[in-house]
Design a protein around this ligand. Sequence first.
Ligand code: CA
Length: 416
Amino acid sequence: MRLTRREFALGVAGFGLAGCLPGGGAIPQVARPDPELEPGLRPQPNPAYDQWVAAFKTRAMSQGITQGTLDRAFRGQGFLPGVIERDRNQTEFNRTLEDYIAIVAPEEKVAFGRTAYARQRSALARVEEQYGVPAEIMASFWGVESYFGTKRGKIPVISATSTLAWEGRRGRFFESNLMDALRIVQTGDARPDQLVGSWAGAMGHTQLIPNAYQENAVDFDGDGKRDIWSENPIDAFATTARFVSRAGWKRGAPWGLEVRLPQGYSGPTGRKNRAAVSRFRDLGVRTAQGGSLPDHGSAAVLAPMGVGKPAFLVFHNFNMIMRYNPSENYALAVGYLADRLAGAGPLVGDFGRDKYGLSQEERKALQRGLTRAGFDAGTPDGVFGKKTEAAIRAYQAAKGLAVSGEPSRALLDALG
Ligand code: CA
């Protein structure tokens, strides 16, 4: 699996299964558009998509999917323009590491996560014992993917994967996932109405795409079902651990750690520029706390926002996290949150000021100031998205200023 599987924009969150009937039974379960979903995430007319679906169904039947499965799975499903929009705007690739961590691992989430982690610790220990993936790494996937099970997404998977398969940018990948979603329905692992998740078809506590489910799903608690959809996350933990283990996770080795680069560091950086830890030691790289670097084999220095801002030494297992999502920011956030869940403190390095000359605290103050002045800037998280930009524009227009939508120190001072 090489692609992202989930909704990072945090805009489409909630309990996917709320209100559905227990058990399979004889009652036909029809996927109904959730009234809380925005219009772009409810089926829209699109004759070209309908044509594609008709042709797809023929291909599906040639691969053993029955007419009955197709009828049940596609009932109430359709073209979702909103998922195409999301596919083109993936947070983990478009954000700086500082913003990305502020979005997926803010302090209040670390605190919430430590409680959730404590509750699942014995289950996670059993999964770790079997697959060798540390409990805190699995808990971190759980946190980043679904806010510890509380935000699993509620976009219908058949609609989402068929829309993206039709759209075609990664058509084969999504068609393959659509096919596996139909197999899930056909084998009875889940009912069509249970198949809800992110914009990219990722489901459950750890946001598994249908391909990953088919290849790795485990009935870890032994209740006879490979169930990543229930409230109990243990099968999802085991399935994710199996995925990461098969990718090549090295038991007993860390993902990496935060480091301190010497001033003016000009040694190798970037994931492709690997070297022995002894080389980085010789170049003056230390742990963030100032200690000697641990040696877990060949490593790379990552300084995603430049030398002088937080930097990391990453080992083999970092690349195994990236198999879950091929974004360095994603893998750094998973490693960082895992460490925090296990008791570590915040990053030692300072992200400093952004291109507007503002620190994260100043960006938060600016957001609070805008909201206080009557221009809703959204959650004061220090991350400037569309809502903050709109608030700045509205403020600038109301004050007769040039409308740029961009933050500045002058704006912060005016609102302070
Ligand atoms: Ca089970």
